[in-house]
Ligand binder design. Structure first.
Ligand code: HEM
Length: 107
């Protein structure tokens, strides 16, 4: 690679690589359990980057999201508000194009 070449890493593509993930498009929270996580390459899952400049807020951000999801999922059933096919941005991070309308039903 010539000196000065700009190199970028796309975490979304890494998170879909067949060699690293079995059936990567399937919703499978168990793949993030302690044992599968221990057996995985340390840079297979990099939502917070990695190495010397890995995200300093990773633990804090993970804790916040878990606390929010636990609070919400204990109290509400959450579904898409309509059948509209959803499109996604994949850069700079994964998020729905035009937002995503959700319907919350109290449990
Ligand atoms: C879901 C939330 C977050 C995501 C997905 C995220 C993701 C990232 C990513 C991908 C990087 C670049 C890592 C690399 O270059 O390898 C980064 C860097 C960084 N993040 Fe986060 N981050 C999040 C939340 C936070 C929070 C809450 C804080 C602070 C409280 C934070 C502080 C930082 C800092 C200081 C860096 C720069 C580290 C360095 O260059 O040495 N981040 N983050």
């Amino acid at each position: 690679m010539p000196a000065g070449t700009v190199v970028g890493v796309n975490p979304m593509l890494t998170h879909l690589l067949d060699g690293l993930w079995a059936d990567p498009h399937r919703f499978d929270p168990d793949r993030f359990g302690p044992e599968p996580s221990r057996l995985r390459h340390r840079y297979a899952y990099v939502p917070f980057g990695g190495g010397a400049h890995g995200c300093l807020g990773a633990n804090f951000a993970s804790l916040q999201v878990r606390a929010l999801l636990r609070t919400l999922l204990e109290r509400f059933e959450i579904r898409p508000a309509d059948d509209r096919p959803q499109q996604w941005y994949h850069w700079p991070n994964c998020r729905p194009v035009g937002g995503m309308r959700l319907a919350l039903r109290p449990l």
